[in-house]
Design a binder for this molecule. Structure first.
Ligand code: GUN
Ligand code: ZN
Length: 435
């Protein structure tokens, strides 16, 4: 048995905070200890108590005065888009056609897929992200590379081979049968291997024919426990074109509902311009709207009504994500900073406890993985991030006058990035130091 005792300021959420004074929503230990045994959290609490109950001579790592939280979770990211971040384009469809589709064609090469997968996991760990939900490319090789690298690093990752059979370059198209067969092959090879989860991944309605959507429906029926991920209601031109391609559907959400893709394991990227009917349908199905703020600002897609959607009579479940390469940062801290600013523009508030809840437990809940990740509860996997609120000279200067926990979190979110991530633990193993 391997055991380690981590010491620091601990913060873990037990539920969604209802306001900035909702202290029951989280547990905070000013001088806390986490006992990690065989990759799991064995005990957590005040350092002195955890130390007293720990085995004699145990390895101790003192992270004081840094904060230790559950590792960050990114619920929507494209691993084959690392080399198109910041590509200049007027809007979503121009960005896809000019930069992104040609770039993704390169992932037909297993060696290229493997190289970018290594960079992808390095960036995740550098930024404190221990679980991500990624789109691979249409090529099975890209999904093989993605899951092989996750297995090597012992990480809990969700991902899928993209299915797309129209409206893209030839090198980026499968067929309905190929999309089905290769997705099945990826499930058989990787789902449940290590900590891997395969997601059924039709890219979006524009790039799948009705025949391909029928195949995704078949996969969803055959594998009802799998996550499903796609894009929904990101851009006005995209919505208009989708209506043209699927004239029988009431609206964009109805396209996916008609193929049985609307359920509690379904993750819909963006959802910026949903109608009331669509929000009701999402809510009734327990489907998740995944907000990607840096992408929405970069591509000029719109301002996501996070607060409006979450306080409806029929609330919509919400995840937060980077959406790299439409998104412009791998950092969940930068992502929540932009989430905050978008809510400001909409006249809404997002307090720092809510932000940190979303990056950890909130995102674990929308993935239905909260029994394993996103918390500091004993028995869960020891995926952790260590944050230093004095990481840069500007942060250190600001910290001289910051007192409350809320203010420390808000400072980390507003000025922090990968420099504020001192260490990232995956199943109890320190992963950042070696990068
Ligand atoms: N819609 C379909 N594909 C994509 C993608 O790769 N990025 C974004 N932001 N939206 C999409
Ligand atoms: Zn996306």
């Amino acid at each position: 048995m391997t055991a380690t005792l981590l010491r620091g300021r601990l913060l873990g959420f037990v539920r969604r905070p209802e306001g900035i004074d909702d202290h029951d929503a989280y547990r905070y230990e000013e001088d806390g200890g986490i006992l990690v045994e065989d990759g799991r959290i064995a005990a957590v609490g005040p350092y002195a108590a955890v130390r007293a109950a720990a085995p004699e001579g145990i390895d101790e790592i003192d992270h004081r005065p840094c904060l230790i939280l559950p590792g960050f979770i990114d619920t929507h990211v494209h691993f084959p888009q690392m080399q198109v971040i910041g590509a200049y384009a007027a809007n979503l469809l121009e960005w896809l056609n000019t930069h992104t589709f040609p770039e993704e064609c390169r992932f037909v090469e297993p060696a290229h897929s493997a190289r970018i997968a290594r960079h992808f996991y390095d960036e995740m760990l550098r930024h404190g992200t221990t679980t991500a939900v990624a789109y691979c490319s249409v090529h099975k090789a890209s999904a093989d590379a993605y899951f092989a690298e996750a297995l090597k690093r012992g990480m809990c990752m969700v991902g899928g081979k993209v299915m797309m059979d129209r409206n893209a370059p030839q090198g980026l198209l499968d067929t309905p049968e190929m999309g089905y067969d290769e997705t099945r092959a990826v499930i058989e090879a990787w789902h449940g291997k290590g900590r891997n989860h395969v997601a059924i991944t039709p890219r979006f309605a524009i790039t799948s024919t009705p025949a391909q959507m029928e195949m995704t429906a078949a996969l969803a029926r055959e594998f009802p426990d799998l996550h499903i991920q796609t894009h929904l209601s990101e851009n006005h031109e995209e919505i208009r074109y989708t209506a043209e391609l699927y004239p029988e559907a009431i609206d964009y959400t109805d396209v996916y509902a008609n193929y049985g893709l609307l359920g509690p394991k379904s993750l819909f990227g963006h959802c910026i311009h949903l109608t009331e009917r669509e929000a009701d349908a999402m809510s009734e199905a327990g489907a998740v709207a995944v907000h990607c703020p840096t992408s929405n600002l970069f591509l000029g897609s719109g301002l996501f009504p996070l607060k409006t959607l979450s306080r409806r009579d029929k609330p919509v479940r919400i995840g937060l994500a980077t959406d790299v390469g439409g998104g412009t940062s791998y950092s969940m801290l930068r992502t929540l900073d932009e989430t905050y600013k978008i809510q400001q523009l909409l006249g809404e508030r997002l307090n720092p406890f809510e932000s940190f809840y979303h990056m950890t437990l909130g995102n674990a809940q929308v993935l239905s993985l909260e029994s394993r990740i996103g918390t500091l509860e004993p028995g869960t996997d020891a995926d952790l991030v260590v944050l230093d609120a004095t990481a840069t000279p500007a942060m250190a200067l600001r910290m001289e006058v910051v007192r409350s926990l809320a203010d420390v979190l808000f400072l980390l979110q507003t000025l922090g990035d990968d420099r504020a991530v001192r260490e990232t633990y995956v199943a109890g193993k320190a992963m950042k130091a070696g990068l």
